[in-house]
Design a protein around this ligand. Sequence first.
Ligand SMILES: [Zn+2]
Length: 453
Amino acid sequence: MAERAFFCKAVGAATAMALGAGTVVLAAGWLTLLPPAGRYLGLRADAATVQPGPGERPAANAARIEQSGDRAKLVFELSAPLNATAFVLADPDRVIVDLPQTDFALDPETGKAAYPLPRKTGLIASFRFGQLAPGKSRIVIDLGAPALVLRAACDKLDGDGHPRLVIELAKTDRRGFEAAVQRARIQLAALAQPKKTQKPEPESAKPVIMIDPGHGGIDRGAMVKGLIEKELVFDFAKAVAAKLDADGRFKVVMTRDDDSFVPLSERVRMARDGNAALFVSIHADTLSTAADVSGATVYTVSDHASDAEAARVAEKENQSDAAAGLDKTEDASDVSGILFDLTRRETRAYSHFFAHTLVNYWRFAGRLNKNPRRSAGFRVLKAPDVPSVLLELGYLSNEKDGLALASAQWRDKASSQVAQAIEAFFAARESGATVMKSDRDQVPVGKIPTAGP
Ligand SMILES: [Zn+2]
């Protein structure tokens, strides 16, 4: 224990930083490391010098918030000490706390906006936690007002000796916050690893189908009464992939094979580099106000949303990166040119063609939304050269949809229909079915395969 305590104090002391007002508050053990003027410590990727061995990962067993007035404290009880680094990001305003991989033995709903009490007036509006990448975990705090990190450090409790992670925030004004964000961005850019240039996959003899289970890791997606979107859609995606694999005509690739976080742009890149012939993103929706809205919806990408509901869904699904504490990234798909436009137009026509096919097949498995074909600016569907659709399986907020989504029997039936729709789409393409070259939405496309088994 003595060794542990030392670790906590001397090594495990978090590289805490206040990103505002130029001050840096360092925990014990780091006091000699005061940075030269104009620089600050933090975001030390190599800070975790002593990593717990396998099976000894720190676990967070409880979390609580203490806040009053201009101060707030978020405390996690830990099984072992750890290093933390914290910084702030804007748009939306968040505090990001990065940790070595940590097991969060907490109710996934801990930290949701209204849990346990509405915190509209506090600095901490909500928070979430989970895996970001192998070996890395993260806590993201959504701010109710601009705040700076005073401290993000591992403390040792006096009584039972268990360490705890303490994140202390203080209110600031908009200017102070923006300045802190700017400094964090500079530091993040300096630390960013040069992107590995991945070799594009060699052309496969079989069409590559990319199945994209939404969310993952720290980004749980929708959560309603114990139903967690990232888990439901992963199970569904796996079922579709297994059925397509059994068919043998396709090479099936999943954008994630486990509960890890994958940024939206990375999913698009995987589809493009993997020469995907079709990209199917799987999600589930929820509505807090209308429990009677139900059924599946198939979305395609468009510059203008087909309706307000589609715009809402796209905005929510596009929040995935922000939920995981990623900074806003430029949309790389905004390239232009005549060739690009032609490619994109053809891609969108094929996307519509598949969306119609999928809706037709889905009827045999489950309920459809009253308007099951919609479009909006989904970031994950923006590969200009890969036909892409996003399937919202249903609404977790609807009782019947929720029961269906949680049922293995329903999953088996519905995933079969998705696999059959994919088979029909490729059969039609191979037979030379023509697709009208138009990227306008709701335009009828040619030769939709007859639905049904
Ligand atoms: Zn989703």
